[in-house]
Write a protein that binds this ligand. Structure first.
Ligand code: ZN
Ligand code: ZN
Ligand code: ZN
Length: 119
């Protein structure tokens, strides 16, 4: 199924580029979904008609994987040096995308650096 094969009519409230989510069952993007077609409705990766036993097994499997992955993420956490102003120590986790700030200082891998504002 191509996502370019159709378009919203003008004035339609639908977003022009709907984000695609991976299939809840196999974890692949919709175009690469490896799930068999649903016996009830014929759609691939159908969650609505997933058997309760399969659903439970899937959750158990993913729970186990998440547990391991979270454990590894936790293991990679490091601490900053104490802030030179307030002595607060912050955790650097792998989910962080923004620089760490404290008391007008920015944390670099080498330590805290004062941020000089233009004003
Ligand atoms: Zn799938
Ligand atoms: Zn179905
Ligand atoms: Zn501070």
């Amino acid at each position: 199924m191509s996502k370019f094969g159709w378009s919203y009519p003008p004035g339609c409230s639908g977003p022009p580029d709907e984000p695609e989510y991976p299939c809840a069952i196999c974890g692949n993007m919709p175009d690469d979904c490896t799930c068999p077609e649903c016996e009830e409705c014929g759609s691939q990766g159908c969650v609505d008609h997933l058997k309760s036993g399969d659903l439970a097994n899937l959750i158990k499997t993913l729970d186990g994987r998440l547990f391991e992955l979270n454990k590894e993420a936790k293991r990679r956490e490091t601490l900053t040096l104490p802030c030179p102003i307030c002595q607060k120590v912050q955790t650097i986790d792998i989910f962080r995308e923004d620089p760490i700030w404290c008391c007008n200082q920015e944390y670099w891998s080498t330590g805290w650096r004062e941020v000089i504002n233009g004003c």
